[in-house]
Design a protein around this ligand. Sequence first.
Ligand code: DGL
Length: 275
Amino acid sequence: MDIDVKKSAPVGVFDSGVGGLTVAREIMRHLPNENIVYFGDTARVPYGSKSKDNIIRYSRQIIHFLKTKGVKAIVIACNTASALALDVVREESDIPIIGVVEPGARAALETTKTRKIGVIGTEGTIRSAMYEKIIQGIDPEATVIGKACPLFVPLVEEGFAKHRVTQEIIDYYLASFLETDIDSLILGCTHYPLLRSRIREYVGEKITLVNPAYETAMDLKQLLKARGIENMDTRQEHAAYSFYVSDAADKFKQFANSILPYDIETTKQINIEEY
Ligand code: DGL
């Protein structure tokens, strides 16, 4: 393939739904030349309660779909899929694939002083203990306390981030962390950065919140540079972004426009089971 074509090829980003937009947002901010094809699996969300086999199957289908769009690299912008499927799909792929768990684990280790780290995520992510494995693979002395917070996802999706009932649920899930001496808390689910200010208010100054999204964008930047496939074309006002979902395109579009720096015009619905 012509090298210029390859450089301007989009980056594929996928998630179980809208959560991965928090990662896409960081890529848009820090890699402004990169074109993006985003896929949100809104028909099959949540991934957090699904089996590993299903998450691998879903991820394979999405990667297949993104490849039909000519992507040059893929970001799994979903903690659950990164924890349960990345190793398998990366092995099978002829283009680079990165996830959010490893960058998040590294960011937490850079943040912590006590080497005691909390991680919150879906049931699948916490059960996989992937954050713990990666953190302790780098620093065997580090302690990791994980907690699944499954209700955070629907609260965000239903627009309850600022609602008072959210306070009670934050208290229900996070109270036990206040009795520990963790000094860093990984927001190990792509929806949780949208509750960031509420969580910060609750846990206070002594605990730093770690959002893997920024670190993931930095990893992507490094990867594209190392392979010589960064898009250097600065002629366009901003890069081209396209959005695909497996259901409820209008709801997705509304949500995306509330959190992204640019309004998106169209979101196309596709049948992901065909891939
Ligand atoms: N995007 C998923 C994650 O980061 C959370 C939502 C879900 O359960 O599908 O783990």
